[in-house]
Design a protein around this ligand. Structure first.
Ligand SMILES: [Fe+2]
Ligand SMILES: [Fe+2]
Length: 254
């Protein structure tokens, strides 16, 4: 079992109550179970990676806004993502019919924004991971939940979704509280950042179009790409707009 912080969301537990079982899983074809298990296992690896990036982001939030609610949320988010990894591992194990070990963590590359001031660079990392990445993740998980039918997949997806909505708030809070000068400083970086995220979510998805997987919490690549685009158009760009932030280059396209 992964080490979960004693002062984390559920006081050292992975979830508030244990994830439900889904006896119907035993009637699924071995190939569907194997595919779904691998999909959730890939997610566990991604969640571990997110926890490592969130640890960097947490330092950025603490540096820019010490003692704030956002700093508290960011510290919890590091642990949340580790809990997510464990949740995904448990789901993958149930589908596999055997207790799988957590994926090996790979080293994280800290995003750099050459030429930006230290304050802008910190804010850019926070905006990238939270305002953009976590918002896309939340819309993606909403779409996953809509399609999921099994009680285990639904409960696990709901756990991840509830936290990611909070993680996205960290980025929006930091952006709302920064000076006009800092906001101007981030604008030139936002459009390529947004495009990069949509491309990443659209192309580098580990998900498959195999019939039946959506019912088990794994959307198809088309669902993932649509969620990334919808999050960008319906949530992220309007969010920037509300805060008076205009990703440079976007105004020419609208
Ligand atoms: Fe997560
Ligand atoms: Fe998250």
């Amino acid at each position: 079992m992964i080490a979960v912080a004693g002062d984390g969301r559920w006081g050292g537990r992975v979830t508030r109550r244990p994830l439900p079982d889904d006896p119907a899983l035993d009637t699924l074809s071995p190939s569907l179970r194997d595919t779904v298990s691998r999909g959730w296992f890939e997610r566990a690896a991604a969640e571990l990676q997110t926890s490592a990036i969130m640890a960097v982001v947490c330092q950025d939030v603490v540096a820019l806004r010490p003692g704030s609610e956002a700093a508290r949320l960011a510290a919890r988010a590091v642990d949340d993502e580790r809990r997510h990894a464990e949740i995904c591992r448990q789901v993958a194990s149930r589908y596999a019919g055997t207790d799988l070990a957590l994926p090996v963590e790979s080293p994280v590359v800290v995003p750099r924004y050459d030429g930006a001031s230290e304050e802008v660079e910190r804010l850019l990392r926070i905006v990238a991971q939270c305002s953009i990445g976590e918002t896309i993740a939340a819309v993606f998980l909403e779409a996953s939940l809509e399609a999921a039918r099994g009680p285990l997949a639904r409960a696990a997806t709901r756990e991840l979704l509830g936290d990611d909505v909070q993680h996205a708030r960290i980025g929006w809070a930091l952006l709302a509280g920064c000076s006009a000068t800092t906001r101007r400083g981030v604008e030139p970086w936002l459009l390529p950042m947004l495009r990069g995220y949509v491309r990443l979510w659209s192309a580098a998805t580990p998900y498959t179009s195999m019939p039946g997987v959506r019912e088990h919490g794994l959307p198809t690549p088309e669902d993932v790409a649509a969620a990334a685009r919808r999050a960008t158009v319906e949530v992220i760009i309007p969010g920037f707009d509300l805060l008076g932030v205009t990703p440079r280059g976007l105004e020419r396209q609208t």
